[in-house]
Design a protein around this ligand. Structure first.
Ligand code: GLU
Ligand code: MG
Length: 445
């Protein structure tokens, strides 16, 4: 779509307002709304805003930033009233001189995609987002009371959640996403929506859109949706397992496929996987970026803890989905540590750079592990040389501070801003006195 076609679409759709969106370094969606009549001017000149007020953006003395709409991301938002039709357009962030702002997460992902293109690859990702639906209590409390009693793949026609998921799917389809499937997840009140794989930029845009679509639709049912990785102690948390493949830009074939291999993986796939395994502990800081993320990455809840790979093994960090004949193009690696609270632009950029590093250095992964790694004791883990993912956000940030490839993936500006924000988050958490401590120590000490 070019600019003229977009303006015609906006008119034909009867759009009254345009929501111009971008993402800060933490993955929070930001928005400026304009009356549709201003769009023409804004597509030429952009919208100026104060970058110093956005987490991880400009410093105070160079705060002017400009939003430039990406015309291909125009979508009508189906849950807004017909009388006040709203469309969204995702924007790139530029400096006043027209250059892309190097700290814009979308630009960071575009830079990674460009590096893969230079090497002859198109990077595809297919994320599976899990989330909880909670009943909203009287404001301001949102109580973590899941509202249903279902479990994995349950079908219960009277379950409100299946109606909500149905409406979410319709809303996602109307904003241009292909939903592969939606189902009840293992935990009570937990659900999953898988969207069809796409090039990583489209896919990251989709993750952002999915998150607010799920929230907006759930709200119309009086439910609160959360992508918090581990909202309830003692049951499964929510992941964003991401299926990844590289296609050759030359012939469009899947560069991960090799018919002669046991797992149908090519040397390129093994090297890419080896790169992600080598960088896994630092990568965690970006794909599982909150204090709460590390409450999910614990043994026993189908989330990965150990840095290993396998086919049938859901406790592994990387899983190779089984090959079936005719599905060569679907050959892929499923990275299981990301959670849906991450910034998907930074996450996919870092995952890609880690994989490309493996290809560049022709790394080989360790042998596969097909047993349940949760059952391994320390001696067995040591014997097999299996590392553990970081246990806390602090440990993950410490790893990122040692990993030059991933620092370079973020770029100097975003790396500094990210680490600064995450250290502050950790420090704030570290000094809290929790209910657990009160229960454990108040009477006994
Ligand atoms: N909820 C699990 C996680 O946190 C994943 C369950 C599944 O295999 O889909 O990663
Ligand atoms: Mg799942």
């Amino acid at each position: 779509m070019d600019k003229q076609e977009l303006l015609e679409r906006v008119k034909a759709d009867g759009v009254k307002f345009v929501s111009l969106q971008f993402t800060d370094i933490l993955g929070t969606i930001k928005n400026v709304t304009i009356p549709a009549g201003r769009l023409e001017e804004i597509m030429e000149k952009g919208v100026w805003f104060d970058g110093s007020s956005i987490e991880g953006f400009a410093r105070i003395y160079e705060s002017d930033m400009v939003l430039m709409p990406d015309v291909n991301t125009y979508r009508l938002l189906p849950w807004e009233p017909q009388t006040r039709k709203v469309a969204r357009i995702i924007c790139d962030v530029h400096r006043p001189d027209g250059e892309p702002f190097e700290g814009d997460p979308r630009h960071i992902l575009k830079r990674a995609i460009g590096a893969a293109m230079d090497r002859g690859y198109l990077y595809n990702t297919g994320p599976e987002l899990e989330f909880f639906l909670f009943k909203m209590d009287a404001e301001p409390h949102i109580r973590p009371v899941p509202h249903d009693v279902g479990s994995y793949f349950d079908f219960s026609p009277r379950d409100l959640a299946s109606q909500v998921r149905g409406d979410i799917t319709l809303a996602l389809e109307s904003v241009g996403m292909e939903v592969e499937m939606e189902h009840h997840e293992v935990a009570t009140g937990q659900h999953e929506i898988d969207i069809r794989y796409a090039d990583a930029l489209t896919s990251a845009d989709n993750v952002m859109t999915l998150r607010y679509t799920v929230k907006a639709v759930s709200q119309t049912f009086g439910l609160y949706a959360t992508f918090m990785p581990k909202p309830i102690f003692g049951i499964n948390g929510s992941g964003m397992h991401t299926h990844q493949s590289l296609y050759n830009t030359s012939d469009g074939e899947n560069a991960f496929f090799d018919p002669s291999d046991k797992y149908k993986l090519s040397r390129t796939a093994y090297a890419f996987m080896a790169g992600q395994i080598e960088h896994a502990r630092a990568l965690a800081a970006i794909v599982a970026p909150t204090v709460n993320s590390y409450k999910r990455l614990t043994p026993g809840y189908e989330a990965p803890v150990y840095v290993c790979w396998g086919q049938i093994n859901r406790s592994a960090l990387i899983r190779i989905p089984r090959y079936s004949p005719g599905r060569e193009q679907s050959t892929r690696l499923e990275l299981r540590c990301p959670d849906p609270g991450c910034n998907p632009y930074l996450a996919f950029a870092a995952m890609l750079w880690a994989g490309l590093d493996g290809i560049e250095r022709e790394l080989e992964p360790p042998p596969p592990v097909e047993e349940n790694v949760y059952d391994f004791d320390d001696a067995r883990l040591r014997e097999l040389d299996i590392a553990t993912l970081p246990g806390t956000l602090k440990e993950a940030i410490d790893e990122l501070e040692k990993d030059e490839v991933l620092q370079q993936a973020l770029g100097e500006h975003a790396y500094q801003a990210f680490v600064r924000a995450k250290k502050a988050e950790w420090d704030e958490y570290r000094i809290q006195v929790t209910d657990w401590e009160i229960n454990r120590y108040l009477e006994t000490l």
